[in-house]
Design a protein around this ligand. Structure first.
Ligand code: CP
Length: 306
């Protein structure tokens, strides 16, 4: 039963609950006209203390396509946070007005903290370099669409594995599925945090800094942006930002049915020259993000079509 739950990290939902969300998203994709009014009279609040395009707009579009309404801010300086209001007071206040909330914040653990002060469902839309569970819902739905089943896959995660919260959430989520092997492709300085690796089975992952020698083995290549906003040193960012650039030459080494995913936004890590390659599905992935968020909102609010 997902009604009333918070979503702070992927493990908050069981595999069965995830399947329920994906099955509903599939139904919405097939016949969105059946869902036009299911959230009539409901309000979604978006609290974005950090910039966003996909997450905020897809949540807002999702709620509006379900017939609900939205309130919120994308600049905390326009809220009473600028006057020193605590997050706990803000979330308790928002719960007086909204039925479900979406929170993005630069500090790790903020969504978890907020969820302790309210029964209104809190959805973590990214907390610092920690987790981004609704991107993971998007990613898993996309994998289901292209590979039919989430099992027996070699998944390359490439780029900023240290600060990339979408990658942290995805690897944690995929580790629960059958026979998933990871290739963790990053420069030494941007390796996957130990707390993620410790939860993985021995032998289920390899660590490398070589994209060329890894790309031919993977079924999914999940590229990521080097997260400039998390670096203490701008010089260090400049040194590492173009460590990997996926281009035509590297794509020639990949399998014909491999897919390239990316949570977006991208900077330089995927050359635009390969956007037209049918294996590059990152904009389709962003589209699925809206449908899976529609399904998530419906499940947390406990609404269904008649
Ligand atoms: N993928 C993602 O979180 O994108 P935004 O930062 O644009 O929301």
């Amino acid at each position: 039963m997902l009604k009333g739950k918070h979503l702070i990290e992927p493990f908050d939902f069981s595999l069965e609950e995830l399947e329920q969300v994906f099955d509903l998203a599939d139904g919405i994709i097939l016949a969105p006209e059946n869902y036009l009014d299911v959230c009539k009279g409901k309000i979604l609040a978006t609290l974005f203390y950090e910039p966003s395009t996909r997450t905020r707009f897809s949540f807002e579009a999702a709620m509006q396509r379900l017939g609900g309404q939205i309130i919120g801010f994308d600049d905390p300086n326009t809220s009473s946070a600028a006057k020193g209001e605590s997050l706990s007071d803000t979330i308790r206040t928002i719960a007086c007005y909204a039925d479900v909330s979406v929170l993005r914040h630069p500090r790790e653990g903020t969504a978890k903290l907020a969820s302790k002060y309210t029964d209104m469902p809190v959805i973590n839309a990214g907390d610092g370099g920690h987790q981004h569970p609704t991107q993971t819902l998007t990613d898993l739905l996309t994998i289901r669409k292209y590979h039919k089943e989430i099992k027996n896959l070699t998944v390359g995660v490439c780029g900023d594995l240290k600060f990339g919260r979408t990658i942290h959430s995805l690897v944690k989520a995929l580790s629960r599925y059958e026979n998933i092997h990871f290739k963790m492709i990053s420069p030494e300085e941007l390796r996957m945090p130990k707390y993620i690796l410790e939860d993985l089975e021995d032998g289920s992952y390899e660590i490398t800094d070589n994209l060329e020698t890894s790309i031919g083995d993977v079924d999914i290549l999940y590229m990521s942006r080097v997260q400039r906003e998390r670096f203490v040193s701008e010089d260090e960012y400049q040194r590492l930002k173009d460590f990997f650039i996926l281009d035509k030459t590297k794509m020639e080494l990949a399998k014909e049915d491999m897919i390239v995913m990316h949570p977006l936004p991208r900077v330089n890590e995927i050359s635009k020259e390969i956007d037209s390659d049918k294996r590059c599905i990152y904009f389709e992935q962003a589209r699925f993000g809206m449908f899976v968020r529609m399904a998530l909102i419906m499940k947390l609010l406990g609404v269904a079509i008649a």
